[in-house]
Design a protein around this ligand. Structure first.
Ligand code: MF3
Ligand code: CO
Length: 294
């Protein structure tokens, strides 16, 4: 087929390992992908389509990710250091037979990213960084369990937060929901990007261009790259079994970012105005999506 992989006979077992006959399983999906490919659309390689076994594994990983972020939500408050949050996440993973995917990822030194106020992403936890009243904080974590990856992040408002920052946090969450609402098979990914972007920009905020979501499951970062500034009608076609994140970074001020921090990781807004991000992970289903991690 278009992806160079062999295709079973109609009565042979499906390539996905379901044990079903090909004609009762992926045949129709594969035919549709081939048809779209022949028409000139960008379509995902079938290696990106998760099998039921993969999805079950990703869900077990996601349970740990969700549980750790719930734990953070129950304990985060003014006076806590970001290093303490890192320890909560590390301990939670280990207690649940999982590994924090961030730890040692491309040399990243901690188990979680904690990004406060003007930090766009990849804030490195530190003993010296203490949360204070009025902060808006993103905690972004990823889990590896039995080789399967999950990834999500949430915003936490510390104490009394300025109403405009609360609105930034809420609108960013709504933009993720709008993206989710758009997800279904056979549409281009850019339709999802556009749905996210519209909610953020209609509210007067800007969206970071350099970072986006990603495929995930068997690896931390897989194809496709999920832009939140892409146009509707562009990008690869979505197909059942694709698993990816929606994780826009939404800025109160301009969209420009500053990546010059000497630690090589921490990204800030160029204008030093606050920024927010929520991240969810989903799998595309026959008629929409299933949320895996949030
Ligand atoms: N969790 C981030 C994501 O959403 C990746 C963080 S990589 C790290 O894709 F090394 F900074 F942890
Ligand atoms: Co991610």
């Amino acid at each position: 087929m278009y992806d160079g992989e062999p295709t079973p006979g109609r009565n042979d077992e499906c390539w996905c390992g379901s044990g079903k006959k090909y004609k009762k399983c992926h045949l129709r999906i594969d035919q549709e992908l081939q048809r779209l490919y022949d028409e000139g659309f960008e379509v995902p390689f079938r290696s990106l389509l998760k099998t039921q076994k993969d999805i079950d594994g990703i869900k077990r990983s996601a349970e740990v990710n969700i549980g750790a972020l719930d734990y953070v939500g129950e304990h985060i408050k003014a006076g806590v250091s970001t290093a303490e949050i890192d320890k909560w996440v590390y301990d939670y993973c280990i207690e649940h037979d999982a590994i924090p995917a961030d730890l040692n990822f491309e040399g990243y030194p901690k188990s979680v990213c904690v990004s406060i106020n003007e930090v766009v992403c990849h804030g490195i936890p530190s003993e010296d960084e203490i949360l204070k009243d009025g902060d808006i904080v993103n905690v972004d974590m990823s889990t590896i369990k039995d080789g399967y990856f999950s990834d999500s992040s949430r915003m936490y408002c510390i104490g009394d937060v300025d109403p405009e920052l609360k609105r930034l946090v809420e609108v960013t969450k709504q933009s993720v929901q709008a993206g989710l609402d758009a997800v279904k098979p056979w549409i281009p990914l850019g339709d999802v990007s556009h749905a996210v972007n519209k909610v953020a920009t209609d509210a007067g905020f800007s969206v970071v261009e350099e970072f986006g979501g990603h495929g995930i499951g068997l690896e931390f970062h897989e194809d496709p790259f999920v832009s939140f500034v892409a146009e509707a009608g562009t990008g690869p076609i979505l197909a059942p079994g694709m698993c990816f994140t929606i994780e826009p970074m939404v800025n109160l001020g301009g969209p420009e970012i500053d990546m010059t921090d000497p630690n090589g990781w921490t990204v800030r807004t160029k204008d030093r105005k606050p920024t927010a991000q929520w991240e969810v992970q989903l799998v595309v289903t026959e008629d929409g999506y299933e949320l895996l991690s949030w």
